[in-house]
Design a protein around this ligand. Structure first.
Ligand code: ADP
Ligand code: MG
Length: 207
């Protein structure tokens, strides 16, 4: 993993794969949000990631940090719900932490994503255990020290582990006890982002 070197193109391919995955899974995300929210998470993210993919398709920025920053800005400007600014912050902060390097290592990415996830926690006033996207993002970044696949698995497990939790942040928290027994939609979409990262890395022999 320490040998891995990721360029701007890798980040474009990751986010394009993430957009395709969000598109495929949008109905499921909205279904999860209809149980404990307002049934718009899938459509919010579909719109946001389609805009990200569109932006990156033309003339993508030349560094990993700039790709992530541009994607984050798109999410913030196109997603109306809470998840837009939160995912936008995740990508912008991660991009900022990568600086203007042409290539970054997997360890650089892990450290930068840590800064990004901390930014989400700060903006949301939330912590792991609150039944939000952080319950997938936080363990994923921890596991990234192992491999991209380990991070994807940790995110998926973290998302499933939100089912028995009571929501303490976001719209689902209005339901109190009734939020128990449902998977958090944002944790489910975070798992998709890390699955797309692992797929992209494995396809390119970066593990
Ligand atoms: P909205 O709640 O505005 O309808 P979405 O449905 O797109 O926005 O996104 C909801 C998701 O956003 C939740 O499932 C949760 O994962 C995440 N979320 C909401 N509020 C917070 C917060 N304060 N901190 C972290 N994540 C949050
Ligand atoms: Mg919603």
């Amino acid at each position: 993993m320490s040998e891995t070197s990721l360029d701007a193109g890798f980040f474009v391919r990751w986010l394009t794969a993430a957009a395709a995955s969000v598109e495929r899974e949008a109905d499921r995300l909205t279904e999860l949000d209809s149980a404990i929210g307002d049934a718009d998470h899938g459509s919010n993210l579909r719109r946001g990631f389609a805009a990200v993919a569109g932006t990156l398709e033309g003339e993508p920025p030349g560094t990993p940090g700039a790709v992530l920053a541009a994607a984050g800005r798109q999410l913030i400007s196109t997603v109306g719900g809470a998840s837009g600014p939160l995912y936008g912050t995740l990508l912008r902060r991660t991009g900022k932490a990568l600086g203007d390097a042409d290539r970054v290592t997997a360890e650089d990415l892990r450290a930068a994503l840590r800064a990004g996830v901390d930014g989400v926690a700060q903006l949301g006033g939330s912590a792991p255990g609150d039944k939000t996207m952080l319950d997938a993002l936080d363990p994923a970044v921890e596991a990234l020290g192992g491999s991209f696949r380990a991070a994807a698995e940790a995110a998926a497990q973290g998302a499933l582990a939100t089912v028995p939790l009571r929501a303490r942040k976001g719209r689902a928290s209005y339901l109190g006890e009734r939020s128990i027994g449902h998977q958090d939609p944002g944790a489910a979409s975070s798992a998709l982002l890390f699955a797309a990262l692992a797929e992209t890395a494995e396809k390119e022999g970066a593990e």
